[in-house]
Ligand binder design. Structure first.
Ligand code: PHE
Length: 464
């Protein structure tokens, strides 16, 4: 108990690690799609407004809970209020559900990187390549194992030598790659077989200029709901992660400022990802190319790379998948750390023991998720109407049901039970000036709970 808790070496270490968690597949495969679907600049505007209010309040709350209690998520809630210990359990079960499938998808990224890096871009663009790969018996399991081993090795190495060190290397590299590919993407020009010429700059205009055609109140609500759901996931809120990382933030570091920087990084990369994906997809495929999720990344984009010509396409594709790999790896380590820190703090296990046990669990369950595409294949209809396999069910239950519930209850606990002063005190520790404190109280008590309730209701198909 008296041993001093490990901390990130400083402000930058925390910011890059937390940004590493926040910048993930969501930034790259969902943000651009949602922006394209929701009137471009309009979506960006709504998203940024929500980041500064809703996102800020929730992120600050979680990091403050971690730093105040000096505990992983499992035991942190108990320290805030003894009757709310069960929320800690929820905050540990959520990452435990996400970890296996996130690692599996990380493995898909490694696979595509390997295919492109060995000069086989043309294979990746064949019809049915993606489906064939994920339904294969062994290959997805092998790539999941590789990705998981990398994740586990970093967590095993610890907060400073593992998480902080890798984030300090990969995050600047990732930023450079996104920026470089985004600039390249905006310079593209292509004339299709019908003689229509489209350019990256036109794609950029679609992305950035707000489109109000056919805008009704209902549609605006839809845009807001999409932005909310995305933001929530993108900032790694309600996954136990920010509590774990907050618990390693030095007491002397400025908490509101650190939170702001994480948000700037995450939102910046999301916006750049849109500048990278939308102009390129638009140039080569027109507006039909935009799709959500894996389809965009593993099906549309390889075709876009191919259209750039085999050499250029291979180079850009390899850089792209390297970047996605960095994004996915730093997110996956954060989710494993949420579990490992919980086990260490609750059961007083060593990092070594907690990592080994947490990893065996995540690796095995990841294999189970992989088998959902062959041996254990079924088609299940989710309440929102889509057809699901094991991966989609894990994703749905965690993202749409458990996460909004956890975040909502956290707002109730902080806003109404122990009072916002708990978080404000932590934010102002060491004489820090917390300018938005009045706004914070209003947000955590009223605005966030209402918005989270809407996110929850949306999961049941209440809004189109
Ligand atoms: N913020 C991540 C993203 O945008 C989400 C995430 C983080 C998922 C950590 C899993 C683990 O992709």
């Amino acid at each position: 108990m008296n041993i001093e808790r490990t901390t990130f070496s400083g402000h930058l270490g925390f910011v890059l690690a937390a940004a590493g968690s926040a910048v993930g597949l969501g930034n790259i495969w969902r943000f651009p799609y949602l922006a394209a679907k929701n009137g471009g600049g309009l979506f960006l505007f709504v998203y940024i407004c929500l980041v500064l209010t809703f996102g800020f309040a929730l992120l600050l709350t979680e990091v403050a809970i971690g730093r105040k209690t000096q505990q992983g998520p499992l035991s942190a809630y108990k320290r805030i209020h003894p009757n709310w210990a069960w929320l800690g359990l929820l905050a540990t079960i959520i990452p435990a559900i996400i970890l296996p499938y996130y690692s599996l998808i990380g493995g898909w990224v490694v696979k595509y990187f390997t295919v492109l890096a060995t000069g086989n871009l043309n294979n990746a663009t064949q019809d049915g390549f993606f489906g064939g790969f994920i339904t294969a018996q062994w290959s997805p399991i092998i790539f999941h194992t590789i990705f998981f081993a990398a994740t586990a090795a970093i967590i095993y190495a610890g907060v400073n030598k593992g998480i902080e060190r890798i984030s300090k290397i990969l995050m600047p590299l990732l930023l450079l790659l996104v920026l470089g590919i985004a600039i390249y993407s905006c310079t593209l020009v292509f004339t299709d077989e019908n003689g229509v010429t489209r350019t990256g700059m036109q794609g950029l205009a679609i992305y950035l200029i707000p489109d109000f055609t056919g805008m009704t109140f209902g549609r605006l609500l839809g845009v807001i709901m999409d932005a909310l759901g995305q933001l929530f996931y993108s900032l790694s809120i309600a996954m136990g992660i920010m509590i774990a990382y907050g618990s390693y933030l030095k007491k002397s570091d400025n908490l509101p400022k650190s939170v702001n920087r994480v948000q700037i990084f995450d939102t910046g990369v999301a916006i750049l990802a849109g500048m990278m994906v939308i102009p390129a997809v638009f140039t080569f495929m027109g507006t039909e190319g935009f799709g959500a999720g894996p389809g965009l990344m593993f099906v549309s984009l390889p075709k876009v790379f191919q259209a750039m010509g085999s050499v250029t396409g291979t180079v850009i594709g390899v850089l792209f998948f390297a970047m996605v790999f960095f994004a996915a790896l730093t997110s996956c380590i954060s989710i494993l750390e949420a579990i490992v820190s919980s086990l260490m703090d609750e059961f007083k296990w060593t990092r070594k023991k907690a990592t080994v046990i947490g990893s065996i669990y995540g690796w095995l369950l990841g294999i189970f998720v992989a088998l959902g595409y062959n041996l254990l294949y079924f088609e299940y209809k989710l309440p929102n109407g889509s057809t699901a396999q094991i991966l989609d069910i894990f994703d749905y239950v965690s993202n749409n049901i458990m996460m909004p519930v956890l975040a909502l209850l956290t707002c109730v606990l902080i806003g109404w039970i122990v009072k916002p002063g708990t978080v404000i005190e932590e934010a102002e520790a060491g004489g820090v000036r917390f300018a938005r404190r009045g706004l914070y109280v209003f947000l955590i008590r009223f605005v966030c709970p209402v918005l989270l309730a809407l996110v929850f209701l949306k999961a049941f198909g209440l809004f189109a």
